[in-house]
Design a binder for this molecule. Sequence first.
Ligand SMILES: Nc1nc2c(ncn2[C@@H]2O[C@H](COP(=O)(O)OP(=O)(O)OP(=O)(O)O)[C@@H](O)[C@H]2O)c(=O)[nH]1
Length: 311
Amino acid sequence: MLDDSIFEALFDAIPFGIYVVDVNYREVVYVNQAFKQAIEHKPGLKCWQQIYQQDQPCLFCKIPELVNGSGKPNGKVVVFEYFNDTNDCWYQLQESAMVWHDGRVVKYSISVDISQLKEVQNSLAEAHAELALKNRELEKLANLDRLTSLNNRLKLDEIHLQEVQRAERFNHPCSIMLLDLDNFKEVNDQYGHQMGDSVLINIAGLLKANLRKVDTVGRWGGEEFLIICPETSTQQCVFLAEKLRQALENYNHGTAQCTGSFGITGYIPGDRPETMVRRADNALYLAKHAGRNCVRVIDSNNLIPLREIPG
Ligand SMILES: Nc1nc2c(ncn2[C@@H]2O[C@H](COP(=O)(O)OP(=O)(O)OP(=O)(O)O)[C@@H](O)[C@H]2O)c(=O)[nH]1
């Protein structure tokens, strides 16, 4: 059997706190120099009293994992982290069982204060969470029109493609409408660009308020908006456009007044988003040509060859 002074000299040389517990009686039989700086060793106390200031065995006690059926060390080393709320510190503990110099089976725990590491880990986790949040915000901003907070053209293109694919795949109707404000230049010229901006913002709100959740509205260009209506026939879309047209006409922007012209088309097998937009644009042209503040449709029943659109 080894002399106890050799054990103690070995453990005292280690710069981390070490304590040794009798696995049968759970008494703290030894603490090394480094550990003495944190805890005053009172022989005879149980480990949960001495180390953890508890009045009953710890629920996380690892001793059963460190000995075999006959109570002998099984050679296993367990590593775990523990937050000690008596001093607000995080520790990493490495524990294993061994035969002490007097023949008793003991558990030794090497305890390292990892509070600073935890602080860094927490700051890192916070930084990651913040970054993910900022990324989400950026992603959102990349898809939004700055003035009106509606979808921008990029996002409209993406959604329109999805809806065209869905219409094709499931043979469902899908309609779009282009809305162009009438004589908007006059609003700017008469009341100033700022008033023009606030009219655009009001109209964005009005459009959102009058559409279904499944519809998509976005700013297509300056004073032009695109509305994508899945599961909607051109007839239903005309009905919706008429409702929007009247809402626009009756909207009170203060001094400025503004109406809109609407061009509508529906998905025709083989369409791509561009071909649909081109037809809606032609329908819009017909609405402007008819005197503005009205709705026009080009669908499969009245397809007009491009060269016949008055230009
Ligand atoms: N205030 C403001 N005006 C804009 C914005 N984008 C485009 N416009 C204005 O919208 C007006 C569009 O003018 P036009 O293309 O001649 O069309 P319009 O005056 O609406 O006439 P019609 O479309 O033919 O009825 C221009 O005066 C642009 O400066 C914007 O973000 N804010």
